[in-house]
Design a binder for this molecule. Structure first.
Ligand code: GLY
Length: 357
């Protein structure tokens, strides 16, 4: 199974995509230092026994974070840090971030700031975390004012991606992850996009061959992009396709109504409408992109959300610089462009269309 190298100035490591790798986790854990598994109760109940077995008798402590995007806040990080000190953690300790995107982001952030930085290995258990959150070293928590507004880049020692863990993933979570994969296709790989377009049945039925292929492609793309631009000063910005709008939707709805991937699906719709209206992409390509996003529907209803509020939130996104909002817009399937200076009325119009679509 494929291994992708992420090579950044701060660390080089492997993201390994391999069925059953969780059962061999001990092979990837350095022999020195106390091990702390940071997870949520729900994940530990369902997947903990497999990781226990994979740790092959290596002593470890299990620490729980509250699940859900609405709990992705600073307070639980402090609680866990206190607990780690009580349990004898030191600078040689290692965190295993075992869970979905929220757990990976928070476990990574805890590792980034505990004693000014300790090692973390990410073991993502949801599709979204496997193809995005766990790879690339972005860690952090939300503020009421916006998503991921407090955080740090902290690259892991490695990422262990086991597609077999997805067999029991709830359908809604699975679809939410698929939209991040659609994103990868739109931004950088038309073959992946057309595979998702043509093989919807196999993908939704979670056929191993299809699932392994789309995960591997997405991890390869993520590894390439992060290796080229670790700190998001240039190329990495393309990974935010759909996210600028999606983050506004998540914040506006208190992080409770939409899963991150669902908000990204909606956000991609808005970005595609904007790409068409600003003349960056052809109407024909935009229709195809919207159609493929719809293939993996549904997303929760959008009633009651005001386009004006979403527009106001865009300037609070951390990607806005001195009030200038940067949008990642499609040029064609497999290529996007970072654009600024788009008039508010065009943005509002695209948001309205995406809310109505
Ligand atoms: N999720 C976007 C990034 O990792 O840059």
């Amino acid at each position: 199974m494929p291994t992708y190298r992420v090579q950044t100035p701060s660390r080089s490591y492997s993201a390994i995509v391999e069925r059953g790798i969780i059962g061999r986790a001990a092979d990837h854990v350095p022999s020195r230092g106390k091990v702390f598994v940071v997870t949520s109760e729900d994940v530990w109940d369902h997947q903990g026994p497999a990781l226990e077995q994979g740790l092959a008798g290596r002593p470890h402590e299990v620490l729980y974070l509250p699940g859900g995007e609405e709990h992705k806040r600073l307070a639980p990080i402090e609680t866990l840090a206190e607990e780690m000190v009580r349990l004898g953690a030191d600078r040689s300790s290692l965190i295993l971030g075992f869970g979905g995107g929220v757990v990976n982001d928070m476990a990574g952030f805890l590792a980034a700031i505990f004693m000014r930085g300790i090692a973390v290995i990410q073991i993502p258990t949801t599709l979204l975390a496997q193809v995005d959150a766990a790879v690339g070293g972005k860690t952090g928590v939300n503020l009421l004012a916006g998503k991921n507004l407090v955080g740090s880049f902290h690259q892991p020692l490695g990422v262990l991606i086991d597609p077999a863990l997805l067999e029991t993933l709830p359908e809604r979570e699975y679809r939410a992850g698929l939209w991040e994969i659609v994103k990868s296709g739109i931004i950088r790989d038309s073959n992946l996009f057309w595979f998702l377009d043509k093989h919807r049945t196999e993908v939704l039925a979670r056929r191993a061959e299809a699932v392994d292929r789309i995960i591997a492609d997405s991890v390869r793309i993520k590894a390439e992009v992060v290796s080229a631009d670790e700190k998001e000063s240039d190329l990495r910005r393309i990974l935010n396709f759909g996210h600028t709008f999606g983050h506004a939707l998540e914040a506006e709805t208190g992080y409770r109504r939409f899963l991150h991937g669902e908000a990204v699906a909606w956000g991609m719709r808005a970005a595609i409408f904007l790409g068409e209206r600003t003349g960056h992409a052809s109407a024909e390509e935009c229709v195809k992109m919207i159609e493929t996003i719809r293939h993996y529907s549904p997303i929760p209803a959008l009633e009651g959300i005001r386009a004006e509020n979403l527009l106001a939130r865009l300037v609070h996104d951390k990607k806005a610089v001195q009030g200038t909002v940067y949008f990642v817009l499609p040029v064609r399937i497999g290529e996007v462009k970072v654009v600024s200076g788009v008039p508010d009325r065009m943005v509002l119009d695209a948001i309205q269309s995406a809310l109505a679509a």
